[in-house]
Each structure stands twice: as C-alpha cells, then as structure tokens.
Design a protein around this ligand. Structure first.
Ligand code: BYC
Length: 315
C-alpha cells in the first residue's frame, strides 16, 4: 500500500468510529499529537497530587483525611495508566519524566496555584475535578484505543472526587460565618483558573481542528468551557456562593450563561512557567525523582536476579 492508501484507510477507520490500536499504522503527526496530549495529561495527574497532598495531614476529621488520601492516591493511579498508555506509542517513561523535570513538558496550568485553606480542597474537587470530568468524558470516545479505555476508569474516579469536593463546600457553607467566608474566598481564587483549564479560546487553539478531525477531541475548548460554566453556576447558587464574575448572566436567547473576559495574559504566563507555584511544583517532582533513585536501583537488581534464576531453571 502507498502512504496515501494507508492514510485513507486510517481516516476511514476513524470516520467509522473504530479504534486505532498500538500496532495499527498511523501518521507520525497523529502519534506525536497523542504523545503530547497524553504525556501532558499524565504529568498533570502527578503534579496535581501536590496541592492537595499538602493538606492531608491537616484535614479536619478522620473521614475527610481518608477521602482526601484516597483521592490523591487515585491521581497517582491515573498518572500511571496514562504513562502506560503513552508507552504503547513507543515512548519511554524515563524520557517523559526527564521532559517534566527539565521544564520541556507542559502540565495543566491549574496546578500552579497555591492551596491556602481547607476550603481549597473543596474547591479543587468541585471545580478542578468538575472541569476535568467535562473535558475527559468525551476522551472516553477518543479514537486511540488505549487512551479511550484508560479514560473510562479515570472518569469514574473523578466523579467521586467531584462529589467529595462539593460536599466539603456544602458543609462549609452551612457552617459558621467564617467557614462560609472561607468557602467564598476559595471560589474567588479558583474560579478563573478553573475555566482557563480548558485551554486557549478556539481562535488561538493551534491543535483543535486537527485533533477533532482525528476524533482525539470531540468538542472545542470553548464548547467545553461553556458546558462547565452552565452546570457549575447553578451548583454555586444552590450552596449560596457567588461566582466572582460581574458579567456573568443567563442569556435567555442562547440558553447559556454569558461570562466575562478571561485574563489570557495570566493564562499564558502560567503555561510558560511563570505562575505562582511553577517552580515549587517542578522542584518537588525533581526531588521525588532523586529521592527515589535507590528504589529504582533496587528494583532493577531484583529484576536481574529473577531473570537469572529463571534462565538457570530453564537450563
Ligand atoms: N495548561 O491547541 P490547544 C486532573 C497548551 S488533571 C497548560 O488548545 P490541545 C486532576 C497546549 O498543550 C487533568 N497548557 O491544545 C489531577 C498547547 O501547547 P503545546 C488534566 C495548556 O491539546 C489532579 C497550547 O496550550 N487534563 O484532572 O488541543 C487533581 C495550545 O492549546 C492548557 C488533561 O490533560 C492548560 N490548561 O487542547 C485534580 C486533559 N491548555 O502542547 C484533577 C487532556 C492548553 O502545543 N488534554 N495548553 O506546547 C486535553 O484535553 C487538551 O490537551 C487541552 C488543550 C484541552 C488541555
């Protein structure tokens, strides 16, 4: 088959809603796009453990501590599924880590903001995991099989995360004046970064058109952002919180909320490494990598010993 025949067959498979599997022929650019997105996604899960991990010892009750601990462990698991899915495309896990540690790889902008109060744990679960679900449910139908299958389990767990976050917010809003004020303050700080998570506006998104043609993405960044705003605003109102956007207004004609202009300068600053916690996050990942060296060495020696024992047994 010529390259053109292969490309036609590949696109036909996608148009028929069938999955592309690791051993199937695929254009280089499709492979590169997937590695870029999936590795960024994996890094986001791993870096995303840090802002919440910071609160595990300070959770206000045993029940809250258990739930937060489980959530952070889930995020480690999500990272591992996604790194494994990336490996099916021929990339090495150590190379992906190296790119994260030397600043070449991106991860979600949202994890470069500090977690200042317990209410931030509620807000992250409610808004950040809520935004993640909105973005990730369509990824369960992504054309690349291993990514789509990893997303099914991840989405189920994200749903628990979102509920535990909203429950924290609900309880704080029914508590003392100080607790409600803490919840409002967290919403004020996390609202705009959360809606930035969906990425640049469609007119500035470099990858959306091609990723939609390949059915990696099913919706544009702005479509998903709008869906998120539409479901989240009534949730805020239900617990008595105010979304910090004076331009937010339900539009009867469109059936959607209109909202204010996003500060894109802030978004790009954070994406390019100059957000409030970028340095702290990458330093923490580097330190974890260095501290884990003895574990990696021990695991390698153990694997070699087992392989040697097996080959003696075969003889
Ligand atoms: N932050 O052309 P575009 C979680 C970059 S973790 C940083 O629209 P695309 C959780 C983009 O990479 C969930 N960078 O790109 C974990 C591109 O740069 P490059 C994280 C961003 O890929 C722990 C450039 O901007 N979710 O749930 O078509 C605790 C142009 O953008 C961001 C995922 O990773 C951003 N926010 O669309 C709690 C989902 N946005 O690569 C929760 C998977 C854009 O050309 N990823 N950029 O240098 C996606 O769905 C897509 O990659 C995006 C961006 C929608 C994020």
């Amino acid at each position: 088959m010529t390259t053109i025949d292969l490309e036609n067959k590949f696109q036909q498979t996608i148009d028929n809603e069938e999955k592309i599997e690791p051993r199937d022929w695929m254009p280089d650019k499709y492979r590169k796009t997937l590695v870029r997105q999936m590795a960024q996604h994996a890094h986001s899960e791993i870096v995303g453990m840090l802002p919440e991990g910071n609160w595990i010892t300070r959770a206000p009750s045993l029940r809250r501590k258990v739930a937060l601990l489980a959530k952070v462990q889930d995020e480690a698991g999500h990272g591992l599924y996604l790194y494994s899915a990336c490996e099916t495309l021929g990339v090495k896990r150590d190379d992906m880590y190296a790119e994260l540690h030397d600043g070449r790889a991106k991860y979600s902008s949202i994890f470069n903001y500090p977690t200042l109060s317990w209410a931030d744990m509620g807000t992250i679960g409610w808004l950040v995991d809520g935004a993640a679900i909105m973005n990730q449910i369509p990824l369960c139908r992504c054309s690349y099989g291993p990514y789509a299958r990893a997303m099914v389990r991840i989405c189920k767990e994200e749903s628990f995360h979102q509920r535990q976050g909203y429950d924290i917010m609900n309880v704080l809003c029914k508590g003392s004046e100080e607790q409600k004020a803490m919840a409002q303050d967290a919403l004020n700080r996390w609202w705009w970064p959360s809606i930035m998570m969906f990425g640049p506006s469609d007119k500035d998104s470099t990858h959306t058109a091609q990723s939609m043609a390949w059915k990696i993405k099913r919706f544009t960044n702005d479509e998903l952002r709008q869906k998120f705003v539409d479901v989240t605003v009534p949730q805020a109102e239900f617990i008595g919180l105010t979304v910090p956007d004076p331009d937010l207004k339900f539009n009867n004609e469109t059936g959607h909320y209109d909202f204010g202009e996003i500060d894109w300068d802030e978004f790009w600053k954070v994406v390019k490494g100059y957000g409030p916690c970028n340095k702290e996050r990458v330093d923490a990942r580097r330190k974890a990598w260095d501290n884990g060296e003895w574990v990696r060495e021990a695991a390698e020696v153990y694997a070699e010993k087992r392989a040697a024992k097996k080959s003696i047994a075969v003889l």
